[in-house]
Design a protein around this ligand. Structure first.
Ligand SMILES: [Zn+2]
Length: 324
């Protein structure tokens, strides 16, 4: 379980630092950081983004000039670091800090640790890094999986059952691994309809897997979606929800604590998806002692992402289910 997310060291022939001391030794200069970014971005050698050429000369300004099309490029072009005016070394330090704080970090924490002049920069960096926390084309959950929804946000009274006004609805899938929990996936959904819940499961869990849910009618669409659906009626079982779906409820409780503890409950709903990505990234690596690998994975994913200009960050991202 989680093999792809906790690979041995080194990864794909690229080694990485394991301790802060090693980190400092590996990346003393801008050039050392730039060289590492190049190796992570092009592990099989340089590939010119416009023409696919494989040969390049370094330029005096630290860029690469393609031998085939003569265009200049840099290893950070087309990644989340695109257009940054800050040193890569500072980005490396930010990534090291973010991946070494087991329970996550706030923008204020990043600003203080890195000595950034502006809170806005720290906030934007964290959001860019969160976008790199989801691996493009990542593996689907498999085996037996619990699925249930939870509500994230301010406390509200006078709202019954699955209705909500101020809170965001987050649907959680958690692999059953013996008595414990394997990997998780989560997403914000608009509502708890078939059209929201089933697409979430389809983008999170392998077809044919066993899905355990409560008796909520919308989940009955899962059988048609190619899953072995095992609903359990909570009222019929007489057990409270946290007994029937213990893994999802434990994850929901951790999410709640994280939300209040690190972010003091102050997350704009339109950005919630990215916080969920960060939570998932951390949760799925919670047993890993290899913090250096965590740093390496974040960098690896960061150079595979599209650039995220500030305006796009401020706008948040659309609901997963709305697009389906
Ligand atoms: Zn080229």
């Amino acid at each position: 379980m989680g093999m792809a997310e906790d690979a041995p060291h080194p990864v794909g022939g690229i080694d990485y630092p394991r301790t802060l001391k090693e980190f400092d030794e590996w990346f003393p200069t801008e050039a050392a950081c730039a060289d590492f970014v190049r190796r992570v971005r092009w592990p099989d050698g340089f590939r010119c983004p416009p023409c696919g050429g494989t040969m390049a000369w370094p330029t005096a300004r630290g860029q690469l000039r393609c031998r085939q099309c003569q265009r200049q490029t840099s290893a950070t072009a087309g990644t989340i670091f695109d257009g940054t005016r800050k040193p890569m070394r500072l980005w490396f330090q930010a990534m090291w800090y973010v991946t070494n704080q087991k329970h996550g970090v706030s923008a204020l924490g990043v600003q203080r640790i890195l000595g950034l002049g502006s809170y806005q920069t720290a906030w934007a960096w964290l959001h860019k890094l969160r976008r790199a926390m989801v691996r493009p084309g990542r593996d689907l959950l498999d085996g037996e999986v619990e699925v249930d929804e939870t509500y994230v946000g301010g406390r509200e009274t006078g709202v019954a059952g699955r209705q909500t006004h101020k809170k965001s609805i987050v649907v959680i899938a958690a692999e059953i691994q013996g008595r414990g929990t394997g990997r998780i996936r989560m997403a914000r959904v608009n509502d708890v309809s078939v059209g929201s819940l089933v697409p979430f499961v389809q983008t999170s869990v392998s077809p044919g897997a066993t899905i355990r849910t409560d008796g909520w009618s919308a989940y009955s669409g899962l059988a048609k979606g190619g899953y072995d659906h095992q609903p359990k009626s909570i009222s019929a079982s007489g057990d409270p929800a946290h007994v029937v779906m213990p893994r999802v409820h434990r994850v929901a409780a951790l999410l709640d604590r994280w939300w209040l503890g690190i972010h003091h409950g102050a997350i704009d709903a339109s950005h919630l998806d990215y916080y969920l990505d960060e939570f998932t990234f951390r949760f799925n690596r919670r047993r890993s002692q290899a913090r250096g690998l965590f740093f390496f994975r974040l960098l690896q994913q960061a150079v595979q992402r599209e650039p995220a200009p500030y305006q796009a960050l401020v706008g948040g991202k659309p609901h997963l289910a709305r697009k389906i």
